[in-house]
Design a protein around this ligand. Structure first.
Ligand code: NAD
Length: 291
């Protein structure tokens, strides 16, 4: 099956990045969101990313022109998926919401279309059960920021066919990504480790073990992580991190109980970079800690 048209559902932190690598790879890409504002923000951010990439000599002006020629936006999911070859879902990590979106995609898109979810933790078997084509559903887990991170984790559900895995791998490779194939288990490989480390860093901050900057510095320089766990949390979104932890706590037990300080930040609306403030403060891009 030839894949030409890709629909990305959700224009948030991840969906916009996925749409960028998809359009850059030459797929006719439509980014769909319920919010016009999010779509406008997404296009503005992708423009900035493309400009920086040109300035660094990573891509040419012609590629950027082609990219924006291949990239479309819409708020009408039902209509868009009627003429699509492949769907990537990137709405928030809430089962009810994913169910609602997958049901619409299942009803309105052609039967052969693969529905890949960018879920960080949710069972692809469960996601497949929301549709009448579980053999064409799997997790296609990208990493943040999508245009820089090289991996896509492909997670098979109970009914996912080998053909679906093969198609997802081809799409990911055309987007310039490496893939790993993972059997279903909550949190897959990467989210499970990342949630554990990020949560532990929050417990340390709460216990006053060290300042946020020193926790991040210790992990970066002492353990050779490219980013500290707290700055990574701000990049991922603290609400997303909390949703992941809640799911892992429910499925894998006590060791994933979310740190109360993390819950408090989310309640306060300190969600990280996307709201201008999380563990660190990004207003004026100062990145100074304000606790
Ligand atoms: N943030 C990360 O670092 C990261 C990394 C890997 C995977 N993920 C996963 O990717 C998914 C998306 O996360 P995110 O961080 O991009 O979320 P986000 O909150 O930044 O963006 C979600 C977007 O979905 C839109 N949306 C909500 N309901 C919708 C609907 N019914 N139809 C269309 N659009 C809708 C919202 O308006 C928003 O723009 C989640 O499953 C998350 O677990 C996130």
């Amino acid at each position: 099956m030839t894949i030409d048209k890709i629909t990305v559902v959700g224009a948030g932190v991840m969906g916009r990045g996925i749409a960028y690598v998809s359009a850059l790879a030459g797929f006719q890409t439509t980014l769909v969101d319920v919010s016009k504002e999010q779509l406008a923000n997404a296009l503005a951010e992708l423009n900035t990313i493309a400009e920086k990439a040109v300035a660094r000599g990573k891509i040419s002006h012609t590629s950027v022109e082609k990219l924006f020629h291949s990239l479309h936006t819409s708020t009408d999911l039902q209509t868009v998926v009627q003429e699509t070859d492949f769907v990537i879902e990137a709405v928030p990590e809430k089962r009810d919401l994913k169910k609602q979106v997958l049901e619409i995609v299942d009803v309105f898109s052609p039967q052969q279309v693969v529905i890949a979810s960018n879920t960080s933790t949710i069972s692809p078997t469960e996601l497949g059960s929301y549709t009448k084509r579980p053999e064409r559903v799997a997790a296609m887990h990208f990493f943040n920021p999508v245009h820089r991170m090289r991996l896509v984790e492909i997670v098979k559900g109970l009914e996912t066919s080998a053909n679906t895995v093969g198609l997802i791998r081809k799409v990911a490779e055309r987007m310039g990504k490496e893939t790993v194939e993972v059997n279903e288990f909550p949190g897959f490989v990467t989210s499970r480790i990342s949630a554990m480390v990020g949560n532990e860093a929050f417990y340390m901050l709460q216990e006053g073990v060290a300042s946020a900057e020193d926790i991040d510095k210790a992990i970066k320089l002492g353990l050779n992580y490219p980013m500290g766990p707290l700055e990574l949390g701000d990049l991922v979104g603290l609400d997303t991190r909390l949703n992941n932890l809640k799911y892992l706590h429910e499925t894998l037990g006590e060791k994933f109980r979310p740190a109360p300080l993390l819950e408090q930040y989310v309640k306060a609306g300190r969600l990280g970079r996307k709201t201008g403030r999380g563990v660190y403060d990004y207003t004026n891009d100062s990145e100074m800690v304000k606790k």
